[in-house]
Design a protein around this ligand. Structure first.
Ligand code: CA
Length: 436
C-alpha cells in the first residue's frame, strides 16, 4: 500500500526552480507521469515525469536509476506506460522516491539529470497508455438527481442509485489526449412533441467534468479486488471530459443506457497524478444516516476514514470569438471530487465483485462531478437547466449548449494547510462543425 513518506514532505525544494513556485501544478511532491516527445519531431513517445515547467525524460535518464526504480524506469522508456503500470506499488514507489531524491536541491545527480530535461512548452503528448477497457461511473448524486429531474421529472433518482455504484461500459477508441478536436456528432434525435425522430447534427452538445482513474496492476478473472486492496491496483488520476450529445442521449438511452451520445469523443489530461502523490488529500467518506449504508463488500473502516479525495475542479470556456479577440477562457463552474457518492475503492471493488478482471491501463470515468449547488453543475445540461436558461459570457455571448469553435478547458488541483499544493495541469479540446 502507498504510505505517506519523505516524498510528500512539504519542505522539499527542487533544483528545478520552476517547481518551487507557489502556484505550480508540478512541485517535487507531485511527479506525475505522461507519454511525450518533442513537438513536431518524429521521436518515439516515451515516459516522462513533470517537474515545474520541465519534463524528466525517463528514456534519457534510465541509466541513473538502480534496483526496482531502474526496472520501473526501463518500462517507462516504452511508447505506452502499460507495462510500468502493471508492475505494482513497490516499483511505482521506488521510482517516485528515486526521482524525488535526484530532483531535490543539492542532489548529486543534478548535472546528469539536467541533461535529461525537456521543457513542457516544447513537448507534445500521447495517451499515456493503451486503454483496453473504459468504464464510466455515475458517482455524483447531485448530478444524477438534477439530470434525472430533467429526463424523468416524476422519478429523478432511480431506486438502485444509493445501493449500486452505477456505471456502463464505454468505448476506448475515441478517447484522446488534451488538444483533441472533434466534429460535432450527427445522429437521431426526437423532440418531445414530434411524432417521429429526425436525423442531423447534435443540437445539445455538452461536456462532462469528470475525474479519470487509471488501473495499474490488474486482477485475475474470477478474483475480485477487496475494498481495502484497491490501492494496490489504482495507479493514478487525470482530468476527464466525457463529451455528451444530450438530444441523442434522450432518445436512445432507454432501455440499455448511453450509446452514440457518448462514444464520439472523450478527452483526458496528459498527466497521470499518482495515487501515492494524492495521499495527503484523502478525506473522510461519510454517508447520510438517512441513506442506505453501503453493503459489507463496499464498506470498511479504511474506506470511511480515507476513501474520499479532495480535488478542486474547474470548467472554463473559450468561444471562437474570445479566441480571435485574444481573451482567456472564462470559468463557468467549479466543483470538488470530495462530493462523490461512491469512493474510488468502492468503484474498484464493485467493478470486480462478480469476478470481472481489470487490466493495466483500464480506465474509469468517475461520472460528472457536480457539487450540491446549482452553480457547481459539472455539465451545461445542469447549468442551463436543460437548455431553458442561457447564461452570459463576459463578452456578451450567450450559451445553453456548446457551439462550433467552443473550446472547453478543465483544471484540477489539491490544496490544503500542511501539504504541498499539487495540480493536474489541464485538459482542453475544441468542437468542430459537423460533417457537411
Ligand atoms: Ca460520463
Amino acid at each position: 500500500m502507498p504510505v505517506l513518506n519523505e516524498t510528500h514532505d512539504l519542505n522539499l525544494r527542487s533544483w528545478v526552480s520552476s517547481a518551487n513556485a507557489a502556484d505550480t501544478d508540478f512541485p517535487i511532491q507531485n511527479l506525475p507521469f505522461a507519454e511525450f516527445r518533442r513537438q513536431g519531431s518524429d521521436e518515439a513517445f516515451r515516459g516522462g515525469v513533470a517537474i515545474g515547467d520541465q519534463i524528466v525524460d525517463l528514456a534519457a535518464a534510465q541509466s541513473l536509476f538502480s534496483g526496482e526504480a531502474a526496472e520501473g524506469a526501463a518500462a517507462c522508456t516504452e511508447t505506452t506506460l502499460n507495462n510500468f503500470m502493471g508492475m505494482g506499488q513497490s516499483v511505482w514507489s521506488a521510482l517516485r522516491l528515486a526521482l524525488s531524491r535526484m530532483l531535490r536541491e543539492g542532489a548529486a545527480e543534478q548535472q546528469a539529470l539536467e541533461a535529461c530535461l525537456v521543457a513542457q512548452s516544447d513537448a507534445e503528448f500521447a495517451l499515456p497508455c493503451v486503454i483496453g477497457d473504459y468504464t464510466d461511473f455515475y458517482t455524483s448524486v447531485f448530478h444524477a438527481t438534477s439530470v434525472g429531474k430533467l429526463f424523468r421529472p416524476d422519478n429523478p433518482l432511480l431506486p438502485n442509485y444509493k445501493w449500486v455504484p452505477i456505471g456502463y461500459h464505454g468505448r476506448s477508441s475515441s478517447i484522446d489526449v488534451s488538444g483533441q478536436e472533434f466534429k460535432r456528432p450527427c445522429g437521431q434525435t426526437k423532440a418531445p412533441d414530434a411524432t417521429e425522430p429526425s436525423f442531423g447534427p447534435c443540437k445539445r452538445l455538452d461536456y462532462e467534468l469528470e475525474m479519470g482513474i487509471y488501473i495499474g496492476k490488474g486482477n485475475d478473472l474470477g478474483a475480485p479486488i477487496a475494498l481495502d486492496d484497491s490501492d494496490q491496483h489504482v495507479f493514478g488520476f487525470c482530468l476527464f471530459n466525457d463529451w455528451s450529445a444530450r438530444d441523442i442521449q434522450a432518445w436512445e438511452y432507454q432501455p440499455l443506457g448511453p450509446f452514440l451520445a457518448k462514444n464520439f469523443a472523450s478527452t483526458v489530461s496528459p498527466w497521470i497524478v499518482t495515487n501515492e502523490a494524492l495521499l495527503p488529500y484523502r478525506a473522510e467518506f461519510t454517508r447520510d444516516a438517512a441513506d442506505p449504508q453501503p453493503m459489507p463488500y463496499l464498506s470498511s473502516d479504511k474506506n470511511s476514514s480515507e476513501g474520499a479525495l479532495d480535488v478542486k475542479l474547474q470548467v472554463l470556456l473559450q468561444t471562437e470569438k474570445m479566441r480571435a479577440a485574444g481573451e482567456a477562457p472564462t470559468q463557468v463552474s467549479q466543483s470538488n471530487f470530495i462530493h462523490s457518492y461512491w469512493t474510488v475503492a468502492q468503484m474498484v471493488a464493485h467493478h470486480t465483485v462478480n469476478g470481472c478482471n481489470l487490466r493495466p491501463g483500464d480506465f474509469f470515468g468517475s461520472g460528472t462531478q457536480s457539487g450540491p449547488e446549482h452553480e457547481e453543475g459539472g455539465s451545461l445540461l445542469e447549468l442551463s437547466r436543460g437548455g431553458k436558461e442561457a447564461f452570459s459570457l463576459p463578452n456578451g455571448e450567450q450559451r445553453t449548449f456548446l457551439e462550433d469553435g467552443d473550446a472547453v478547458v478543465m483544471r484540477g488541483f489539491c490544496e490544503k494547510e500542511g501539504a504541498a499544493r499539487i495540480g493536474f495541469g489541464e485538459v482542453v479540446s475544441t468542437v468542430l462543425p459537423a460533417n457537411g
